[in-house]
Ligand binder design. Structure first.
Ligand SMILES: Cc1cc2nc3c(=O)[nH]c(=O)nc-3n(C[C@H](O)[C@H](O)[C@H](O)COP(=O)(O)O)c2cc1C
Length: 209
């Protein structure tokens, strides 16, 4: 493994509680793969592109990939192409991904570029890679769930569309209750530690290069 992309979708940036687990995953990777490149993208400022009329027209009319309308989209897709592991740290917002992560998705999923078609079905055109999604939520999402979850299945489908299926979710949940937060974070920590791709006991089979 040579490089990892970290996407942080929390409005709290580096103070997000999910981000602390993401940093732990990075530090585990650095211990197992000294010199690994870490590319970090803070999505919260939403300064990485917009779904403009030009972009929307270009998407549906399938203009050339080097069209200026795809400039921001190309930059985000190339970030994925230049890395071989992915960490997404995101809160749940209204049962699903925050708007900034949805914007990233709308700029990255492009027919003929990040996914194609076979037998009428979408197939991913990017390399699969070890991926972990750390989901922080105020309420409970797994186990005795207190709410619908339109994040886990949605993000699974979105990433599969571009070819990423080596995927695991770690839920850090119930954070709205201060009394529960520390326990929830340590549960998330344990789940991360046990992950053979991002945990403390990293195995050599995560190497892809
Ligand atoms: C706009 C907004 C919507 C939210 N919607 C949900 C929700 O649907 N379910 C939930 O459990 N928490 C919801 N929350 C709470 C966040 O998921 C929670 O604050 C999370 O712990 C933040 O994690 P972080 O510290 O890693 O950023 C929402 C928060 C905001 C700001």
């Amino acid at each position: 493994m040579k490089s990892v992309l970290l996407l942080n979708a929390s409005p709290f940036g580096e103070n997000a509680r999910g981000y602390q687990l993401a940093l732990q995953a990075i530090s585990n990777l650095q211990a197992a793969h000294p010199g690994i490149d870490v590319i970090e993208r803070d999505l919260a400022p939403a300064d990485f592109g917009r779904v403009t009329p030009d972009y929307a027209r270009a998407i549906i009319s399938r203009v050339a990939h080097d069209s200026p309308a795809f400039f921001q989209s190309e930059r985000l897709i190339r970030e994925l192409e230049e890395t071989d592991a992915l960490i997404i740290s995101t809160p749940m917002h209204n049962y699903t991904v925050p708007a900034v992560l949805k914007l990233w998705i709308d700029l990255v999923l492009r027919a003929g570029r990040s996914f194609g078609f076979r037998d009428g079905r979408k197939v991913g055109l990017l390399d699969d890679r070890p991926t972990v999604v750390i989901v922080a939520s105020g309420g409970t999402v797994t186990g005795k769930a207190t709410q619908p979850d339109h994040l886990t299945g949605y993000l699974t489908d979105v990433l599969a569309t571009i070819g990423i299926t080596n995927l695991r979710f770690i839920h850090v949940q119930g954070l709205a209750e201060d009394s529960n937060a520390a326990h929830s974070l340590s549960q998330g920590q344990r789940a991360l530690d046990a992950d053979p791709r991002f945990g403390r006991g990293l195995k050599s089979d995560v190497s892809v290069g």
